[in-house]
Ligand binder design. Structure first.
Ligand code: 13P
Length: 286
């Protein structure tokens, strides 16, 4: 028994999906994207097992409704790429970070050029852990996003406020500034095709999730900021993920929100069965 399965019904085109907020969907570029950020977890043996279990837990119908990406550590990428290709698994390969130069004397770094050679499709840039623990600024995030785009991959640009910002009533301003800096100088067409992940820092790894209403509010804010600066077409195309303690139990309510176009999942993506339940959240909603 997989839970409360909704009657299948005819599949509606994304443009007619139940999205009523500021981000009424204009095209199917807003197919929801559910991404598993494994962070520094799973060696390459564990990665292979996890991806095989995930493929087993998902079916073609799931991929019709949702795009799925996994973001293993760098050392696992080649192994996961091989499994995805050999078994023809329609899960996109993602990375967690990159360097903004293509090559050079940067000990320990991995370039976007190298990731592109591994058939990576999505690269997370500016995750709050990188901003807080490794000193990344909006300027470096912008340079990384440009490197990802230069190599024909899609950046998942992370933004989100800390608890202090939120308690002081400054969440919107913080997110606006991060967006403006991280996307600075990009063309409207480019912005309309990328992914922004709104991840409130206080909800990451804490078990505390933003309420669906608060998450929607901030994701709508992201979209309206993009509309103001890059125009309504870019805003309508941009996919905005929510991240922060997403789990099978809260995914249906979060994913139902008008301006939430997917999830960036940390801890719950490490277990294939749990992550699969998030991917097919539509089967479990009320
Ligand atoms: P958790 O899902 O573990 O809270 O992590 C969220 C996250 O940081 C994804 O990038």
């Amino acid at each position: 028994m997989r839970g409360r399965r909704k009657s299948p019904g005819p599949e509606r085109p994304v443009s007619e999906a139940n999205k009523s907020g500021s981000g009424s969907r204009g095209n199917d570029s807003r197919k929801p994207l559910i991404s598993g950020n494994w962070k520094m977890n799973h060696n390459h043996f564990e990665a292979i097992q996890t991806i095989q279990k995930l493929a087993y837990a998902l079916n073609r119908d799931d991929y019709l409704h949702v795009e799925v990406s996994v973001h293993p550590p760098f050392t696992d990428l080649r192994s996961v790429q091989t499994v995805l290709q050999a078994d023809d698994i329609p899960v996109a390969l993602g990375a967690q970070d990159c360097h903004h130069d293509d090559a050079g004397a940067f000990t320990g770094e991995v370039s976007a050029a190298m990731l592109a050679k591994l058939d990576v499709s999505y690269v997370i840039v500016g995750h709050s852990e990188r901003r807080a623990l490794f000193g990344e600024t909006d300027e470096t995030v912008n340079a990384k996003a440009r490197a990802v785009l230069r190599h024909n991959m899609t950046p998942i640009v992370c933004v989100g406020e800390t608890l202090e910002h939120r308690q002081a009533g400054g969440a919107r301003e913080v997110v606006s500034a991060q967006l403006a800096g991280s996307l600075d100088g990009l063309d409207a067409a480019v912005v309309g095709a990328l992914v922004v992940a709104y991840e409130p820092v206080w909800a990451i790894g804490t078990g505390e999730t933003a309420s669906p209403g608060d998450a929607q509010d901030m994701c709508a804010h992201v979209r309206s900021q993009v509309a103001d600066r890059w125009g309504s077409e870019a805003a309508a195309g941009l996919r905005v993920q929510y991240g922060g303690s997403v789990k099978p139990s809260n995914a249906p309510d979060l994913m139902e929100q008008a301006d939430i176009d997917g999830a960036l999942v940390g801890g719950a993506s490490l277990d294939a069965a749990e992550f699969a339940r998030i991917v097919n959240h539509r089967l479990y909603g009320t």
